[in-house]
Design a protein around this ligand. Structure first.
Ligand SMILES: [Zn+2]
Length: 305
């Protein structure tokens, strides 16, 4: 599944190439891609046609477009009462193409834009999809700024701010972690407290902080937990920097594999290779039905596990 940096690359691409455009006709090529839109494909296509893309937004790994109805043209108006939520799933891609471009094998949704180009959703494994969602007042923003009433799609409202969000409060995250008795890697992956960190960047942050993922949150010091959060932010910022440099074209894309950052990974996928800090052979363990990679010397496993 794409993690925060990959999703941000897609968001930036949409910001640069699709925001400000108005949808024309929309055709759904595979019903699974709109299965989360319960009123069905025709309803989705009808609602999108004539809607203007006002903004491309993201929280953690979740991506959506703010839509406005602008019958009079470019005049700014309040957001419509729905957002287009884009689930990238495992392999979803958002492409901005010239209309003559040949159809991709796994093309799922084709949406015409008013500049003559097309926004296409391509998804080989069809875990992703598009759906319209109602807005609610953003609880994270309200907590940080009482009285503010920024809107967020309701299905994303329970997601915690990510480290790049202006409302992100690391001290709050550390306090929540310390109040619980759970493995730190599980806590890091819990999108309700801090969002955007998936399996890859969790392993990288734990390696940088020399913490084994099975350590308990209430047994780690505040500075140690704060350092882990900072490490997660740093590693994602670096991935974003690398992903961003290769990205300035009419083609927005995520491959779900974090390929562009792979060479810089210190933990994830490095089983059997020497630790880049101490030289010990890196190990792989199973955790939450996924592989975790760590150094046996730098990241000592807690006793009894
Ligand atoms: Zn090591």
């Amino acid at each position: 599944m794409p993690e925060l940096p990959e999703v941000e690359v897609v968001r930036l691409g949409l910001h640069n190439h699709a925001v400000g455009r108005t949808f024309g006709s929309v055709s759904v090529r595979h019903p699974r891609a709109v299965r989360r839109h319960l009123p069905g494909a025709a309803d989705l296509a009808g609602a999108l046609a004539g809607s203007r893309i006002a903004a491309a937004r993201r929280r953690g790994k979740y991506l959506w477009l703010d839509l406005t109805r602008t019958p009079g043209g470019e005049s700014a108006s309040a957001p419509e009462d729905v957002a287009l939520v884009i689930h990238l799933g495992m392999s979803g891609q958002m492409l901005v193409c010239d209309p003559g471009a040949p159809d991709e094998v796994h093309l799922r949704v084709r949406a015409e834009l008013d500049d003559g180009r097309e926004l296409r959703f391509v998804d080989q494994r069809t875990f992703g999809g598009w759906f319209l969602d109602d807005y609610v007042v953003d609880p994270a923003q309200q907590a940080a700024e009482p009285g503010a009433a920024q809107l967020i799609p309701s299905t994303i409202s329970h997601i915690g701010p990510d480290p790049f969000d202006p409302h992100f409060d690391p001290d709050r995250v550390v306090a929540v972690w310390r109040s619980r008795h759970t493995e730190i890697k599980r806590a890091l992956l819990d999108q309700n407290v801090v969002s955007g960190v998936g399996n890859i960047y969790a392993d990288e942050a734990l390696w940088r902080s020399k913490i084994h993922g099975a350590r308990m949150t209430d047994e780690l010091s505040r500075p140690k937990l704060r350092g882990l959060l900072d490490a997660a932010s740093e590693v994602m910022a670096q991935a974003l920097e690398q992903g961003g440099t290769s990205f300035d074209r009419l083609y927005v894309n995520v491959n779900g594999q974090s390929g562009y950052f792979e060479r810089s990974l210190n933990a994830y996928g490095r089983e059997g290779q020497p630790c880049r800090r101490c030289g010990r052979i890196m190990r792989r363990e199973q955790f939450m039905n996924r592989s975790s990679f760590s150094c046996p010397k730098c990241q000592v496993r807690p006793r009894g596990i």
